[in-house]
Write a protein that binds this ligand. Structure first.
Ligand code: ATP
Ligand code: ZN
Length: 225
């Protein structure tokens, strides 16, 4: 496959970041129409292609240089970075800036009847999470041994289903925890969406386009502050 002369930007296909990612690019003057069935949306006024993928795939696509830019939650970026470092895969990218959406926190939570003092209350217990690397880093810093329960979804029902003692999951309002009889005990990571660039060197015209987009993003985000 030849290197594209068009700028490739990966965004989440559908989910919590997809609408805001599209809105941000549109407010930077990038015109495009998304066809829900299509992976790629071509811009008609700039040499830009949008790749619409699962958010989990975005950091790897940028780190492998398959796409030039990506819009992703810092939580997913950091989780993937630790994973790739442990596997000896390329794990570098440039964080161009934090954005003003996608705010959430990765937190420990336990059932309402659990008497929690501090993270050591979880010593030897099982914790369900979709973020095993961020959880491991935090618990290692605290010197706490726990057991893994890796779930890609439905993390919040794991304790009630008897799969785990506690969870480590994304929280924004806390309503999902409450609905599942859980309470938040500790924030282990705070996250926002961010825009990242591949470390591959770019031809001058492509880098100039990246700079233009970034300066417009700076303007758009600052105007809202
Ligand atoms: P995909 O199908 O793309 O894999 P997903 O189900 O993994 O989607 P979403 O639930 O759409 O992902 O969340 C995407 C990102 O939105 C999260 O990784 C996080 O950065 C951010 N986010 C903001 N608030 C929340 C929240 N309350 N719960 C989960 N994610 C949140
Ligand atoms: Zn995902």
């Amino acid at each position: 496959m030849s290197e594209s002369t068009r700028l490739r930007i990966a965004i989440q296909k559908s989910g919590r970041l997809s609408k805001e990612s599209q809105k941000l690019l549109k407010s930077c003057g990038v015109k495009f129409n998304v066809n829900e069935q299509r992976l790629i949306a071509h811009s008609d006024n700039m040499p830009i292609d949008l790749l619409r993928v699962r958010d989990d795939d975005i950091p790897g696509l940028v780190m492998d240089g398959v796409v030039d830019l990506g819009i992703i939650g810092e939580n997913v970026l950091e989780e993937e970075q630790i994973e790739r470092q442990s596997l000896g895969k390329p794990a570098e990218c440039i964080k161009l800036r934090e954005l003003d959406f996608g705010a959430c926190r990765l937190s420990l939570a336990v059932p309402n009847e659990f008497s929690y003092q501090d993270a050591s209350s979880l010593e030897g217990l099982r914790i369900a999470t979709s973020y095993p690397n961020l959880l491991r880093r935090y618990m290692q810093e605290k010197g706490i041994n726990y057991r893994d329960c890796m779930l890609k979804g439905s993390v919040e029902v794991a304790p009630r289903a008897g799969l785990s003692d506690g969870i480590c999951d994304l929280v924004s309002t806390g309503a999902t925890l409450e609905a599942n009889g859980l309470y938040e005990t500790e924030v282990i990571y705070r996250s926002m969406a961010c825009i990242i660039q591949s470390t591959q060197s770019q031809p001058d015209d492509k880098q100039a386009l990246i700079n233009k987009i970034l300066s417009r993003i700076n303007g758009v985000v600052r105007a809202k502050e």
